[in-house]
Design a protein around this ligand. Sequence first.
Ligand SMILES: Cc1ncc(COP(=O)(O)O)c(C=O)c1O
Length: 250
Amino acid sequence: MVDTQETFDFRSDTVTQPTAGMRAAMAQAKVGDDVFGDDPSVNELEERLADMLGKEAAVFVPSGTMSNQIGLRVHCSPGDEFICEAGCHIYNYEQGGYAQLSGLAVRTVEAPDAILRLEHISGLIRGGNDHLVRTRLVCLENTHNRGAGRIQPYDGVKEICDWAHKNGLLTHLDGARLFNATVATRIDAKRWAQHFDTVSICFSKGLGAPVGSALAGTREMIARARRHRKLFGGGMRQAGVIAAAALYAL
Ligand SMILES: Cc1ncc(COP(=O)(O)O)c(C=O)c1O
């Protein structure tokens, strides 16, 4: 029964408070200096998430914004362009970090209901001419925040990613709330993730942890991501205290 005196805060899934069990896990966490790769809790979290997503490796970072920006940097070089839906977080809410931090251009596409489909983007690949930016990457967001939490249709995601790879493009998923999609569709995280070269996950959104996100991909991509994390100021020391909360959430 709901206590009528209790108030609920529905502004965002980011205003959650860590539970007593989560706080206990944080207090007991084994820690080390994660910049040296010495934090056992961070290492466990990265391995666990990589396994859940069917990827070779993952890197723990402070925020979803950093995780996305590192993902862009891993795939693109200055003068490259990526394609995304016009309402997505990467385009709207990260201060144009792709331009500020990595010198990238973006091609946005207005899609009905925030659902990007292949027909919207199949004519957008540029390149092969010195006047043009190079189209390099497609970014999708699932679930879609500004799209009222909409789930991208699985077959449409597969179709876009297959097309991207066939045409020499890379794919990144802003999966800040991917686990909401896995619960609602009963399609597991590995199946969603298999279509993407990198996947960003937030522990501080639907999962209720206080801090943290991670980027998963191939071992080689994540090795480069670790360098970019340091460059962007995201190298953390005894981060096991917060990784323990994320492990507890998973
Ligand atoms: C879809 C999506 N991606 C990325 C982020 C960024 O996460 P953070 O606030 O941890 O930087 C958010 C934040 O709400 C989001 O909704």
